[in-house]
Ligand binder design. Structure first.
Ligand SMILES: [Fe+2]
Length: 326
């Protein structure tokens, strides 16, 4: 540990705290790559130890079978070939879904998804990009078989251009099956997070004749693909048999509108069996968005309760530290 963090028992700023976490998990080179290119791939040995990848894959296959009535065919992808689903209108007669099936709201589908959210490596990357008050915006699953439609380049920051240089949102995606171009992997434009705008027109096209700066990610199952919210990304279509399966954990600063509305939706037993930070991540520290006077009071009290529990826990760990909300 460096001198800056060695003195953390005396005084610790959020910057010193996050650097200590980065060092503890051996993530320095991935942070450097993230800053330079706008994205990085953390390998399975760091990202998903303890069989987390295999357990997540089993769990999403169960979810898919439960929701769609058919067990997905990982080997051939026949269950998802040319899938249109909710994208029927966008796909038209000759296209299909650029992302395959999208299964949302996974947090309520089993304990392994809580574990995925609390993964310390994922939280270190999210905290580095969006601060310790970062919240979960959504956790879903992309399950894509052979298809013809590419996914257009875009940024995940939910604002019109120009975008601020710091990350308002970030994406930490669990790669559950091998990613490469033939398998329809994510496409990135390296360095695009520094341009502070979303792509437009021809810049958005992926694939033959598309944006020449877009590159395919290649990584094994169990990797964690992390990117800054401003980074231009999309996806190649899948030409190989089989399924591309991933779980994007989309995170946001707490003042950004989230995809999932979790305030008041998390069962008490789920909050009680997890560390205090889980409640913050699950949006329970957010008081805004009330529907009436009574709801305002209830949301305010709930936000105070869970924020205080988290901050008290952090203060006990690092006496004299600055507020992580500063
Ligand atoms: Fe995206």
């Amino acid at each position: 540990m460096s001198e800056a963090t060695a003195n953390s028992d005396v005084f610790q700023t959020p910057l010193q705290k996050i650097w200590g976490e980065i060092e503890d998990h051996g993530l320095e080179s991935y942070i450097a790559e993230l800053d330079a290119y706008g994205y990085t791939v953390i390998p399975p040995r760091l990202a998903t130890p303890g069989g987390l990848c295999e357990r997540l894959l089993d769990a999403v296959l169960d979810v898919a079978e439960g929701r769609n009535g058919v067990r997905p065919d990982l080997e051939t992808g026949s269950t998802h070939k040319g899938f249109k689903g909710r994208f029927q209108a966008l796909a038209g007669d000759n296209g299909d879904s650029p992302i395959g099936d999208l299964m949302q709201s996974l947090l309520f589908e089993g304990r392994v998804f809580e574990e995925a959210l609390m993964n310390p490596v994922l939280l270190t990357m999210a905290s580095y990009l969006c601060g310790y008050s970062v919240v979960l915006s959504s956790m879903g699953c992309f399950m894509k078989g052979p298809n013809v439609s590419t996914f257009a380049l875009h940024s995940d920051t939910p604002l019109p251009s120009p975008l601020p240089p710091h990350a308002l949102v970030c994406n930490l995606t669990y790669v559950l099956t091998e990613f490469n171009r033939e398998n329809g992997s994510t496409a990135f434009v390296p360095g695009s997070h520094k341009w502070c705008r979303s792509p437009e027109g021809a810049e958005t096209k992926v694939g033959d004749g598309g944006n020449p700066k877009a590159v395919a990610v290649e990584c094994p199952p169990g990797s964690l693909l992390c990117w800054h919210g401003n980074t231009w990304h999309g996806a190649f279509n899948r030409t190989a048999p089989g399924l591309r399966v991933s779980i994007p954990v989309y995170m946001a600063r707490p003042y950004i509108r989230t995809q999932e509305g979790l305030v008041g939706q998390i069962p008490d037993e789920m909050l009680e069996r997890n560390p205090a930070r889980f409640a913050i991540l699950a949006q329970q520290g957010i008081a805004y968005g009330y529907k009436n006077q009574d709801d305002s009071v209830a949301r305010g009290l709930r936000a105070y309760k869970y924020t205080k529990a988290y901050m008290d826990g952090e203060a006990a760990l690092t006496p004299g530290s600055q507020s992580l909300y500063s």
